[in-house]
Design a protein around this ligand. Structure first.
Ligand SMILES: [Zn+2]
Length: 284
């Protein structure tokens, strides 16, 4: 199997003790999952000691870790105080994540704030470049991954995150296929053809390596004309996840697939099982 599967945030069935990120890692391993995205989405409050414990648990269980940085980050902020706190949140997630053994930091880049998309891109590019350089200079060796987002007011089309990745060393996309489907707003971006075209585009702009180290978010999703409303259980949604998995396999993609549906691990296991089935069929 060339994909690892896991959840965004600890599995729902993580027991209260030991709980926390370590509990989530142990539970993920018990479930037969091999990746976990730590959901540090409100704030990053984790001691050095906890980071060391997280790293150790993940190494022992063979769980690949990433971190979802706090939601409240806006690299296109006009208010200097908001920009500074946004920078601070992303840097803190990266430093603590690195200490905890995470290799990838996922974040929402921001909103358009009334700017045209080109202006927003340029602002976010220059600010993210500074952050990436600062982290590199202090040897915080993580990949920063802006995520494709589900609402039309959010910065984060596939093109935007791919072009940011092309422009800045140490930046790569986190592709949330459910968000892209929701963002389309009309039910499109939900077919083998559209998924395959997106993967060809990633390969063309970022090279083969980007396809071999993909970081993917997946869940069912409810949407309207302005995009995402909420995440849904896969089988209660219209997301064509079998076609997506087939497109990924046919493109030779590899990496991690993290599920953020309301039944996190149940759907992560649905995806894992389906993916295994498609691999077997392809090899047969
Ligand atoms: Zn996210």
């Amino acid at each position: 199997m060339t994909f690892r599967f896991g959840t965004v945030g600890s599995p729902v069935s993580t027991p209260k003790k030991p709980g926390g990120s370590v509990g989530g890692i142990l539970r993920a391993a018990e479930l037969g999952l091999d990746a976990l995205e730590l959901g540090w989405v409100q704030s990053v409050r984790v001691s050095d000691k906890t980071c060391a414990a997280i790293r150790k648990a993940a190494e022992e269980r063979g769980i690949a870790l990433s971190v979802h940085a706090p939601y409240f980050i806006n690299l296109n902020a006009k208010d200097p105080a908001i920009l500074e706190s946004s920078r601070g949140r992303l840097m803190k997630a990266a430093r603590a994540g690195y200490a905890a053994g995470a290799t990838d930091i996922i974040f929402h880049a921001g909103g358009y704030m009334g700017d045209d998309p080109e202006a927003a891109f340029e602002t976010i590019r220059s600010r993210l470049e500074e952050i990436a350089e600062e982290l590199r200079s202090e040897q915080t060796d993580v990949v920063l991954r802006p995520e494709t987002l589900g609402k039309s007011a959010q910065f984060g089309t596939l093109e935007e995150v791919v072009e940011l990745s092309r422009a800045i060393e140490g930046v790569a996309p986190c592709i949330d296929f459910a968000h892209l489907h929701a963002r389309a707003g009309d039910g499109s971006f939900n077919s083998y053809r559209e998924f395959s075209d997106a993967l060809s585009y990633v390969k063309k702009r970022l090279g083969e390596r980007a396809l071999k180290t993909m970081h993917i978010h997946l869940s069912g999703i409810e949407y309207g004309p302005k995009g995402e409303k909420r995440h849904l259980v896969l089988r209660e949604s219209d997301l064509a996840y079998t076609e997506l998995l087939q497109a990924l396999i046919d493109a030779g993609a590899e990496g991690r697939i993290l599920c953020e549906s309301p039944v996190l691990e149940e759907d992560a296991l649905v995806l894992r099982k389906e993916c295994l089935k498609l691999y077997k069929r392809k090899r047969a």
